[in-house]
Ligand binder design. Structure first.
Ligand SMILES: [Cu+2]
Length: 180
């Protein structure tokens, strides 16, 4: 009984500590890829980009992916790129919020549609709330008077920092294994 409760506490805590990676990888233009004759504003419409997401550009030879300033994006000016790649498969991680601009650096291609602007918001915050996790822990710990050591360890975990909590969880898990 005691070991079951301790195990549940451990499982719940571990679940709450694992921050899920919600980053999204977008393939620019989807199956069409990065090429001329595409309206990328249509592709971006309805999509929400956040810090941590990445853009994958797939294209044949004769194209590049250049990150440029907003003004160079608007005027399709090549040659001032912040970064450039022509590997045919460029993955760009969106590291900062704000609007990022990409064009093809081959003269004429930007004007033929190879221009992409993405508005990047702050990292998504749909992670489990730590307070909810701690509340869940408190309940089984209080209703488990059988094993004094486990109860003490678990209730301490609610009051201490996550790192200490992890240590206590590990210790609790080892105790459970030992008891079994
Ligand atoms: Cu091009």
């Amino acid at each position: 009984m005691a070991s079951f409760n301790a195990g549940t506490v451990c499982a719940l805590l571990v679940l709450c500590m694992v921050v899920p990676s919600l980053a999204t990888d977008y393939t620019v233009g989807d199956s069409t890829g990065w090429t001329t004759g595409v309206d990328y504003s249509t592709w971006t419409s309805g999509k929400t980009f956040a810090v941590g997401d990445s853009l994958k550009f797939n294209y044949g030879s004769g194209h590049t992916v250049d990150e440029v300033s907003g003004s160079d994006y608007s005027s399709c000016t090549v040659g001032n790129s912040i970064s450039t790649d022509s590997s045919g498969a460029t993955t760009i991680q969106l590291k900062t919020a704000g609007t990022h601009y990409y064009i093809c650096g081959i003269v004429g291609h930007c004007g033929s549609g190879m221009k992409l602007s993405v508005s990047v918001g702050k990292a998504s915050t749909t992670t489990p709330t730590p307070s909810g996790g701690n509340t869940t822990v408190t309940t089984p710990a209080g209703t488990t008077p059988a094993t004094t050591t486990t109860t003490t360890g678990s209730s301490s975990a609610t009051a201490l920092s996550p790192i200490v909590a992890v240590m206590i969880i590990t210790w609790s898990a080892l105790s459970v294994l030992f008891l079994l």
